[in-house]
Ligand binder design. Structure first.
Ligand code: IPD
Ligand code: CA
Ligand code: CA
Ligand code: CA
Length: 264
C-alpha cells in the first residue's frame, strides 16, 4: 500500500488545482444550478465542474482507487483506498460570495463507510484565504509548517462552539433544542457554513468544539482526521463514528461535557 504521506501529496496537489478553479468560477459569477432536498441544499455548476476535475485527476494518479463524491456519487469499491471528496463544502457561502468554503479531499482505507473506514490522509483547502489544512495518519495535522493542536483550555469562562443546521427541516426542532442545552457551556456559538472548515478550526484551536447533525461522509472525512491528528476527539452520538446522526469534535477536556449535553 502507498504511504499516507504519498496520498497526502496527491490530495494536496489536486485540492490546490480544484480550489483555484472554484475561485476562478466564483470571480466570474455563480448561478445556482439546482435546489436539491431543501432551500439551503443548492448546487452550482462550479460544484459539478470542480468534482469532475478532482475525479479526473484522481483517475489518472490513482486508477485503481475507489471514489465517493457529493455530486457524482461512488464508483464500485472493493479498492484498498477510496477518495472521499466534497468539491465545494459550503456551497451556500460560495453562492453568496462569503469566503468560508473549501475543497475537502480524504483518502480512506476500507469500505467508503465512516462506520468502518480508516482515514489515511486529508486536506481541507480554503481558496479565499489560501489556507490548506492537511493531515496524514500518525503524522499530525498541519497548516503550512505550523503543527496544529486543539485548544484544551476552555475553562469555566465558556467555550467557542461551532455548529450547523442540517438540510432536513424535520431535524430543525431537535437542533434548536440542542442549542438550548449547549448554551450554558458556550462563550458564544458560530455557524460557519462549511463543516470541513469547522472541523479544521477545531484542529487549529480556532473553535473549542463543533457539533452538527446530518453530516455526510464527504463533509467530515478530511476534517475529522485533522481533529484527531491535532489531539482532539471526534465521534458520533452516543459514541461511535461521526455520521449523519451526530458529529462531535472537541479537545479531550471538553468532549465529555459537550457529548453529555447532546445525548438524546
Ligand atoms: C454543507 C456545509 C454546511 C453544513 C451542511 C453541509 P455543502 O455542505 O458543510 O456547513 O451545515 O450540513 O451539508 O452542501 O455546502 O457541501
Ligand atoms: Ca451540497
Ligand atoms: Ca459539504
Ligand atoms: Ca459540497
Amino acid at each position: 500500500m502507498t504511504s499516507a504521506d504519498d496520498l497526502l501529496d496527491i490530495a494536496t496537489e489536486i485540492a490546490r488545482e480544484a480550489g483555484a478553479l472554484a475561485h476562478r468560477r466564483r470571480a466570474e459569477g455563480v448561478t445556482i444550478a439546482a435546489t436539491k432536498s431543501a432551500l439551503a441544499d443548492i448546487v452550482t455548476e462550479a460544484d459539478r465542474e470542480v468534482e469532475d476535475l478532482i475525479r479526473q485527476r484522481l483517475s489518472v494518479a490513482r486508477p485503481a482507487d475507489g471514489f465517493l463524491g457529493e455530486e457524482s456519487g461512488g464508483r464500485p469499491s472493493g479498492a484498498e483506498v477510496t477518495w472521499v471528496v466534497d468539491p465545494i463544502d459550503g456551497t451556500v457561502n460560495y453562492a453568496y460570495g462569503q469566503p468560508a468554503y473549501a475543497v475537502s479531499i480524504a483518502a480512506v482505507a476500507g469500505e467508503p463507510d465512516p462506520e468502518s473506514w480508516t482515514a489515511l490522509a486529508g486536506v481541507v483547502y480554503c481558496p479565499p484565504t489560501g489556507e490548506l489544512f492537511r493531515a496524514a495518519q500518525g503524522g499530525g495535522a498541519w497548516l503550512g509548517d505550523h503543527r496544529l493542536r486543539v485548544n484544551d483550555d476552555a475553562g469555566p469562562a465558556g467555550a467557542l462552539i461551532g455548529t450547523g443546521f442540517g438540510y432536513d427541516p424535520a431535524t430543525h426542532e431537535g437542533t434548536l433544542d440542542q442549542i438550548r442545552r449547549v448554551m450554558p457551556l458556550a462563550r458564544d456559538l458560530r455557524r460557519g457554513g462549511a463543516a470541513s472548515l469547522d472541523l479544521a478550526s477545531v484542529a487549529a484551536g480556532r473553535l473549542d468544539a463543533y457539533y452538527e447533525r446530518g453530516l455526510q461522509p464527504w463533509d467530515h472525512a478530511a476534517g475529522a482526521l485533522l481533529v484527531h491528528e491535532a489531539g482532539g476527539v471526534v465521534s458520533g452520538s452516543p459514541g461511535g463514528r461521526p455520521g449523519r446522526r451526530m458529529t462531535i469534535a472537541a479537545a479531550p477536556g471538553l468532549f465529555e461535557r459537550l457529548s453529555a449535553l447532546l445525548d438524546d
